[in-house]
Design a binder for this molecule. Structure first.
Ligand code: 13P
Length: 251
């Protein structure tokens, strides 16, 4: 059985003070959750404060990106070591906003994910098609390229440590959720590709989240699907009440 994992992606939101306030509100709401991993991925500047704020709870803390190199002349980048120093355990890699606005490619996603694993950070690797790609009938082809690119050179042990987030770009921040069938079918396809790349038993162990306008209203239906193991939550993770309801998708 794959343990569900609900992760918030705060994106470029929250000052340190707002971050602590949000965590303080969230903690009591999810205090009794044990069967689901709860993660908040937050801006670099909030990590240390959030790490302190989650003390006494099971909430884990993550970053939203990581450099592919150990150190050196990489202006604006943050290394895995630096993230670990302030308490990050998870890291989002290859989010569509990074691909769209900051030139992230499958190759750099691969390099960042390798670096995360080398440093015992748990990567949440994002894949997903745009609206044009879905309407053009090339969703599977796009996913093939993203998956083979992201996980090139990975061993079976490596891939088991990765969480994959399937985020159809057209469903992010738009209020348009993929139907649960659409999301489940595509995630099944992702698992089929993983089975080809690794083996079926290994593919069955990898946790795959859905992301894109997931909220308290649709979470339980999405999470009831056979292949959806969690959610990567943007907007709804910025409100303690909403995020806690997604985390408690099963009541
Ligand atoms: P929304 O939940 O705001 O659609 O964002 C999804 C997302 O991009 C999570 O990484």
């Amino acid at each position: 059985m794959r343990k569900p994992i609900i992760a918030g992606n705060w994106k470029m939101n929250n000052t340190q003070a707002e971050a602590v306030e949000l965590i303080n509100a969230l903690k009591p709401l999810v205090a009794d959750v044990t069967k689901t991993d709860v993660v908040v991925c937050v801006p670099y500047t909030c990590i240390e404060k959030v790490k302190k704020a989650v003390r006494g709870s099971k909430i884990k803390v993550g970053a939203e990106n990581v450099a592919w190199a150990d150190k050196g002349a990489f202006t604006g980048e943050i290394s895995a070591n630096m993230l670990k120093e302030v308490g990050a355990e998870y890291v989002i890699i290859g989010h569509s906003e990074r691909r769209q606005y900051f030139g992230e490619t499958d190759k750099t996603v691969n390099m960042r994910t390798v670096q995360a694993l080398k440093n015992d950070l748990k990567p949440i690797v994002c894949v997903g098609e745009t609206l044009d790609e879905r309407e053009g009938g090339i969703t599977n082809k796009v996913l093939d390229t993203q998956l083979y690119g992201a996980f090139e050179g990975f061993t079976q042990d490596d891939i088991k440590k990765v969480v994959i987030a399937y985020e159809p770009v057209w469903a992010i921040g738009t209020g348009k959720t993929a139907t649960s069938e659409q999301a489940n079918d595509t995630i099944k396809y992702i698992r089929k590709v993983l089975a080809k790349m690794f083996t079926r038993p290994v593919a069955n162990k990898v946790r795959i989240q859905y992301g894109g306008s997931m909220n308290p209203k649709n979470a339980s239906e999405l999470m009831a699907m056979s292949d959806i193991d969690g959610g990567l939550i943007g907007g709804a993770s910025l409100k303690a009440e909403d995020f806690s309801k997604v985390v408690k998708f099963n009541g």
